[in-house]
Design a protein around this ligand. Structure first.
Ligand code: MG
Length: 167
């Protein structure tokens, strides 16, 4: 088999508005904060970016196609469902995650104290060892929609390999 048939890369990005009232949910972890993210589902911006990275890597479209934000069944839905389902698609197509790297762009709250907990929670959701998932946090330096706390954004990039290549 060619290398191209054995490895894949996927990229995801998402943005959600911050609105009053906590707690904040990021990567499936509840973080004490006086604002939360607004959206049709639970608006977990990090899980949405990861879901899109996984789907993109196997050419399976995007989160909006699988889980439309017009569908009543997705209202308030736990985004854990999305990432688990995207991982199922990856598995069904014979691939496994090599590693996943993420960035959360948030002016506040400071995520340095929770990013390891978020990474290990995501690793558990994806049945991965903790060293395969990395979560980084950046602020907006007080500028733009991130820096003025109008939004939180997230990016994710994932590398997949055919299952038989990973030992
Ligand atoms: Mg989203």
């Amino acid at each position: 088999m060619t290398l191209a048939a054995n490895i894949r890369i996927g990229l995801g990005h998402d943005t959600h508005r911050l609105v009053p009232g906590g707690p904040l949910r990021l990567g499936g972890v509840e973080i004490p904060f006086d604002r939360h993210l607004d959206g049709h589902s639970d608006a977990d911006v990090l899980l949405h970016a990861i879901t899109d990275a996984l789907l993109g890597a196997v050419g399976a479209g995007d989160i909006g196609e699988l889980f439309p934000n017009t569908a009543e069944e997705n209202r308030g839905r736990d985004s854990t469902d999305f990432i688990v389902e995207a991982n199922n698609v990856v598995t069904q197509r014979g691939f496994e995650i090599v590693n996943l790297d993420c960035i959360v762009f948030a002016e506040q709250p400071k995520l340095s104290g929770v990013k390891l907990r978020i990474a290990s929670h995501i690793a558990r959701l994806l049945n991965l060892s903790g060293d395969r998932v990395n979560v980084k946090a950046k602020t907006g330096e007080g500028l733009g929609t991130i820096g003025t706390m109008q939004v939180i954004e997230a990016q994710a990039i994932v590398l997949l390999a055919k299952r038989e290549l990973i030992s």
